[in-house]
Design a protein around this ligand. Sequence first.
Ligand SMILES: [Zn+2]
Length: 153
Amino acid sequence: MKCEQCGKEYPSEYYFRTETVCNECYEKLTPEEKQTAHQPKLALDPSRLTTTFTLDGYRIQKYLGVVRGITVRSRSLFGTIGGSLQTLVGGNITLFTELCEKTRREAFEMMVDHAREIGANGVIGIRYDATEVMDGVTEVLCYGTAVVVESAA
Ligand SMILES: [Zn+2]
């Protein structure tokens, strides 16, 4: 196993604090870096995933068409009870907020996987769309245009 920070080879994951960062390097990270170090790595470089239709520093070589990810969530399955309890105490309904975040992230990751499968190395014009397909059931769609880009430099 190789640490992505220092490039040192280690015999086992025992030496690692996260999937890609060794104990030694982890101690040197800033709090923000520690946060991102724990997030699963995206299949594509995040700098090549954008809501705009151009990519700074890259030239678009090929358009591979629309890619998308869809997740469907039933509100009743998750936290309706917890949600209504929180409503009663008048707090922010964090259970619902978290659920939305998770659903969006899943749709996003599916879209990225799809893009990678068809040989893209970037996705532009990324959008989210949410529709309540029936009472309490929400479909979250994430879509964008898969592209092959090369560095303009
Ligand atoms: Zn390291």
